[in-house]
Design a protein. Structure first.
Length: 605
C-alpha cells in the first residue's frame, strides 16, 4: 500500500512516499527547481517519489496534505477583520492567491496527479507531531511542536502511544515563539524563514543586553511556558513586514539593511532573543514532563531546528532522551501527514525498538549510479579519475590532510535542511584557516558563521561533551575540555567579531566562539562510505573529525544532481569533487565561461 504526503504553499514544499508504512522516498521541491525554499506545489518531488518506487499515481491508496487550507483561510480572514482597516495592502496581495489556488488543494491534487482516490487533510501541528513521534525510536513519548503558525496553532504538545497521538494543549496565533524569533531575524537584517539560523550563529558574539527589554515589552511568559505577546510592536498579522515603528523605537532605530555591516547591537539582540527562546523552551519542556509523565520527548516545527536550545534541553536531564525530526520544518509536514494516514486513519500497528528511528539516516532523496555519472562526465568532456571502492576513503582522507576542500557527492540525497555526508563540502577540522577559506571562497557567506563537524559515532564523546549520537546535526555541545585551547587574557576580553579568528581547540574549524559545535555523528550502518573516510582520516592523521557544510553556495539549495554538483564545484574555489567513484581535480577542468551549462549567476541575496 502506497501513501503520498505533500506539503506546499508556505515554504519548503516537499513530498514523501510510504510503502506499507515504510519511508521509501522524501525530498524538497527546491532541490529540483533550484529555487531556495520553493513553496510551489511539489510536482518534481512527487515525480521523484513515485519513480523511486516504480509506481504511478494510480497505485496510490491515499494522498495526504499537511494542513487544513480552509481552517488556515479562516484564520487569515478573521485576523484581517480584527485589524481592519489596517492591512489592506497585505490583504489585497494575499487573498487572490487563496481564492485562485490555495483553497482548492483537493482539486489541484486530483488534476496534477490524475488521482481520484482518498485525500486527507490533518492539521498542521498534528503533521509536525506525527513527523517527530511516528518517526522516532520511542513507542511511548510526549511531543512538543513549535513554529511560526499552522492554521491557528503556533505551539502544541501532547502524547504519542503506539499508533495513537493525542493533542493536549496549544497556543494560538498571533502569539508565536517562532514569529518572535523571525521578527528579530527581520530586524537584524536577515531573511525570514531562512535567516533564523544566522541569528543563532551570531548570538555567541553578543551579550544578552536586550533580554529584559524583550520580556518587559514583547512577550509575557508564564511558569508553564505559555505566553502572550504585545502585538502593538509587530506587523506580521496583517502587514508586509515583521515589525513596526514602535518596535524600531523600542530598539533604538530602524532594522539593519540586508548586507550592511553587522554591529555589536545586532549581536547583542541575537544573543538576547536566543536566550529568551531557550528559557521559554525549557519552561515548556518542564510543563510537558510534569503533565505527561513521559520519559521521552519528540520535537518538530521550525523552532526545533534551534540546535543550541535542543542541546541545552538534552543536557538538562528533564527527559531520558529527546528526538528531533531532521526535517523539522514544513518539509517534514509531508512525512507527518503520510504517517498520520498510515497509523491513525488506517489503524496500523507501530513497533519502535527504543534505539533506532525510522528515517534511514534521512538519506531519502535521489541517487545516481556510477554509470549515470560517467555518462554525464563523458558527454561534457570533463576530466576525471576513477577510484576503486577500497582506495576511495583513504585517498579523500589524504586530500583533506593536504588542506584541500572537497565536494562530496555520494548515495541518496538528504531530506531536510542539513547536509549529512551525501551532498556535503568537507575539509580539515584541524586547520584554523578552513573556516575562513570555505566561508569566503566557497560558500560566499558571512565570515562569522560556524561550520559543523562530522565525527565518527564511536568517537563523539572523545571530542564533544555529549554521551549519545547526534546523527542529524540538531544538537549543540561543547568541544571536550581536553581538546580546548586556552586563550590569553587579552583574547578573553575581545568583543564581537574580534572573537572570530582565535583558535579555540584542536579542531578550530568546527569550534564556535563559545567553544560549542553543531555535531553530526556518522554511523557505519547508515553511511558506510563517509564513515570509512573518517576512519581512514583518524587512522592516518589521528583525528576522527572533518568539517561538514552543505554542498551549495549562499542563496542556492543543496545540490541534487551531478550537474548541480559540477557547476557549484566550478563556480567556487573548491579543490576537488568526488562524484561516487569519480574524482575531479579543479586544475584539470576547463573554465566554464563558454559552457552551455552556465545558465546564470547565483542569486546571492
Amino acid at each position: 500500500m502506497y501513501i503520498l504526503g505533500i506539503s506546499s504553499y508556505y515554504h519548503d514544499s516537499a513530498a514523501c512516499l510510504l510503502k506499507d508504512g515504510e519511508i521509501i522516498a522524501a525530498a524538497q521541491e527546491e532541490r529540483f527547481t533550484r529555487k531556495k525554499h520553493d513553496q510551489n506545489f511539489p510536482s518534481n518531488a512527487i515525480k521523484y517519489c513515485l519513480s523511486e518506487a516504480g509506481i504511478n499515481s494510480s497505485d496510490l491508496e491515499i494522498v495526504a496534505f499537511y494542513d487544513k487550507p480552509f481552517l488556515k483561510f479562516e484564520r487569515i480572514l478573521e485576523t484581517y477583520l480584527a485589524f481592519a482597516p489596517k492591512g489592506l495592502g497585505s490583504f489585497l496581495k494575499a487573498i487572490p492567491l487563496w481564492i485562485k489556488k490555495k483553497l482548492w488543494i483537493k482539486e489541484l491534487i486530483k488534476d496534477e496527479l490524475d488521482y481520484s482516490g482518498t485525500i486527507l487533510f490533518p492539521e498542521h501541528h498534528a503533521s509536525h507531531a506525527a513527523s517527530a513521534f511516528y518517526a522516532s525510536p520511542f513507542q511511548n513519548a510526549a511531543f512538543l511542536t513549535m513554529d511560526g503558525v499552522g492554521e491557528w496553532a503556533t505551539t502544541s504538545y501532547g502524547i504519542g502511544n503506539g499508533n495513537k497521538m493525542e493533542m493536549l494543549a496549544d497556543i494560538k496565533f498571533p502569539h508565536s515563539l517562532g514569529l518572535l524569533y523571525s521578527a528579530i531575524t527581520y530586524y537584524t537584517g536577515f531573511r525570514v524563514n531562512s535567516g533564523e539560523y544566522k541569528v543563532m550563529g551570531l548570538a555567541p558574539y553578543g551579550e544578552p543586553k536586550y533580554k529584559d527589554l524583550i520580556y518587559k515589552h514583547l512577550i509575557d511568559v508564564k511558569d508553564d511556558g505559555s505566553f502572550i505577546m504585545d502585538m502593538s510592536y509587530f506587523n506580521y498579522s496583517v502587514g508586509l513586514t515583521m515589525t513596526n515603528q514602535k518596535f524600531d523605537n523600542l530598539f533604538g532605530g530602524s532594522p539593519r539593511e540586508p548586507e550592511s555591516e553587522l554591529t555589536q547591537k545586532e549581536m547583542d539582540i541575537a544573543r538576547s532573543v536566543q536566550e529568551v527562546t531557550e528559557e521559554i523552551v525549557m519552561k515548556m519542556a518542564k510543563h510537558v514532563r510534569k503533565t505527561t509523565k513521559k520519559k521521552y520527548l519528540c520535537l518538530a516545527g521550525g523552532v526545533a531546528l534551534n540546535c543550541v536550545s535542543n542541546g541545552k534541553l538534552l543536557r538538562s536531564g528533564l527527559f531520558d532522551d529527546i528526538y528531533i525530526q531532521p526535517a523539522a520544518g514544513d518539509a517534514g509536514g509531508a512525512l507527518g501527514c503520510a504517517l498520520i494516514a498510515w497509523y491513525q486513519h488506517l489503524g496500523n500497528e507501530r513497533h519502535a525498538d527504543g534505539k533506532n528511528d525510522f528515517m534511514k539516516g534521512a538519506y531519502l532523496g535521489p541517487e545516481f549510479s556510477n554509470d549515470e555519472i560517467k555518462e554525464y562526465l563523458d558527454k561534457k568532456g570533463y576530466s576525471y579519475q576513477k577510484l576503486e571502492d577500497k582506495d576511495l576513503p583513504e585517498h579523500i582522507a589524504d586530500l583533506i590532510a593536504d588542506q584541500k576542500v572537497i565536494g562530496w557527492f555520494q548515495g541518496r540525497m538528504e531530506f531536510g535542511p542539513r547536509a549529512l555526508g551525501a551532498r556535503t563540502i568537507i575539509g580539515d577540522s584541524r586547520s584554523a584557516e578552513t573556516q575562513k577559506t570555505i566561508n569566503l571562497k566557497i560558500k560566499y557567506r558571512e565570515s562569522f558563521r560556524p561550520f559543523a563537524p562530522s565525527v565518527r559515532e564511536e568517537n563523539i564523546s572523545e571530542y564533544f561533551d555529549i554521551d549519545r549520537p547526534s546523527p542529524y546535526m540538531l544538537l549543540v555541545a561543547d568541544v571536550h575540555k581536553d581538546k580546548q585551547l586556552k586563550m590569553t587574557k587579552e583574547q578573553e576580553g575581545y568583543f564581537g567579531l574580534k572573537k572570530l579568528n582565535i583558535a579555540r581547540s584542536e579542531i578550530p574549524a568546527v569550534t564556535h566562539v563559545d567553544y560549542s559545535a553543531r555535531i553530526q555523528s556518522v554511523s557505519k550502518q547508515t553511511n558506510p562510505r563517509y564513515h570509512e573516510m573518517l576512519t581512514q582520516f583518524n587512522n592516518k592523521y589521528g583525528c576522527a573529525v572533518v568539517v561538514n557544510t552543505s554542498f551549495n553556495v549562499r542563496g542556492e539549495p543543496i545540490v541534487c544532481t551531478p550537474k548541480d554538483a559540477y557547476l557549484c564545484f566550478m563556480r567556487t574555489e573548491m579543490d576537488y569533487l568526488i562524484l561516487n567513484n569519480y574524482l575531479l581535480k579543479k586544475e584539470d577542468q576547463k573554465p566554464l565561461d563558454n559552457d552551455s551549462d552556465w545558465m546564470s549567476e547565483f542569486d546571492l541575496d
